[in-house]
Design a protein around this ligand. Sequence first.
Ligand SMILES: Cc1cc2nc3c(=O)[nH]c(=O)nc-3n(C[C@H](O)[C@H](O)[C@H](O)COP(=O)(O)O)c2cc1C
Ligand code: SF4
Length: 486
Amino acid sequence: MKFLEPLDLQGMVIPNRVMVPAMVTRLADEEGWVTQEIQDRYVRYAKGGVGLIVVEAMAIHHSNAGPLLRISDQKFVPGLAEMVKQIHGASDSKVVPQIIHFMKISKSGWRQTVDMLSHEDIDTIVEQFGDAVARAREAGFDGAELHAAHAYTLSSFLSRRNMRKDEYGGSMEGRLRILGRVVESVRRKAGADFPVGIRILADEFITDGSTVSDSKLIALRMAQLGLAYISLSVGGKFEDAEHAAGQVPHPYNGYSGDRCMPGAQYPAALHAGLTREIKAFLNAKGYQVPVAGAGKISDPDDAERVLADGSMDFVGIARGLLADPDWVLKVARGEIDRIVKCDYCNVCKHLDGAHKKVVCFLWPKGMMQAPDDNAQGSAPGWPNGSANLRVGLNGDTATLQWDKAEGAARYDVYRASDDGDVVIEDAVKVTRWMDNSILGGLTYRYYVRACSASGQAGAPSNVVMIKPDGPSVERDREADRAPAMA
Ligand SMILES: Cc1cc2nc3c(=O)[nH]c(=O)nc-3n(C[C@H](O)[C@H](O)[C@H](O)COP(=O)(O)O)c2cc1C
Ligand code: SF4
């Protein structure tokens, strides 16, 4: 499989093309120190053989932001260095920190925007990025990633919604200007041979925001600046965030946030078309800088397809790897069946928004890390072999129920509509599931599998089928057809 092949990112050779993109864990303490829990989280990805681990956004300055890692002072280097040492000790995964600057924001909903920054502020930010990347190098990271995506400072400069009237706004070159200065500062302070990648947006998904037409040019400039890789995300903006009274606005609860961390209702690999367009543009201009994308890629077939069709050079799998950090190992061993599949319920996203410790809903209750892999563990099963799965129609909703299986941590619910592929629709911890997305006139088949905490899936249950009535017009058509078919 192509995604299991190594890739050279300007001398940082990642052992496979699977990246866990930055995901804030809220496991740092309020001052931004590395904790045992945060270290365990990243060592876990290394043990699972993830090619490139991007450690969650860490700030280059001291502004308040709840529990968020910091790289804003020399005093944070030893803690970060110990974490990197543990990660390197666990496997040949490569590890980079995501380096972030964000602006001020308050519970009233007020927020600082780039047009409020003075020239002095900009100079400070530029130097702080350079200092932070130099500290990352000192801490032993294999490279660094500049965070120029979502709602944060660099992304806000790049945005069409940048309202500055001076040389840092207006034109495309103006919006790009600070990035050029940041990269120069990083090179000067951390060395030109230290691999530095960047995360930018393929589309902001906000009214009057930047689209893929802008992103192609932004990506091209990043390639011209010689960055080691370009990681593409989308959305995650304050402009359309819903503000709950008395709470700090969260840039992931509007539509753009929805696109950034798409829930169960969105299709798989939904942003691959955008990354394909940007990568093709870069290649046509003569740049081969590796490109990655993310967004509901966790099926190994999807991961392979987006590499094979030229959508990206390496694959970002965020929530899929949170749910199962052993994804790479399991795929490499051909144990696809044992992957704990993220169902995109977004419990993790909501924990992040509430500044609570981020865990996966599918892990056993109370656990702060994914359960250890246990390839020898036994799969749960139903007493006397029967799940007794049954289905009934409750109005327009199909309701499934089944018996409890011994040793089950959760149940995967599978569905096939008509002759369509079988898809895991959900993962639940109870023995009941409701499907309100069915359409009258189509046939649906379901089965469930009981799974252990480390992913052993038992044999499929009995299959049940339901065909809700279609509209009466359709029923008449069927009646008309019936004699002809007889
Ligand atoms: C809990 C959580 C925290 C995140 N934190 C960050 C972050 O610090 N920096 C970042 O660039 N993206 C962050 N993201 C976005 C992810 O990196 C990723 O782009 C997004 O989840 C879509 O990928 P997926 O569908 O594979 O999960 C976060 C996502 C989640 C769910
Ligand atoms: S909490 Fe839900 S969305 Fe987040 S990783 Fe777990 S299954 Fe996926």
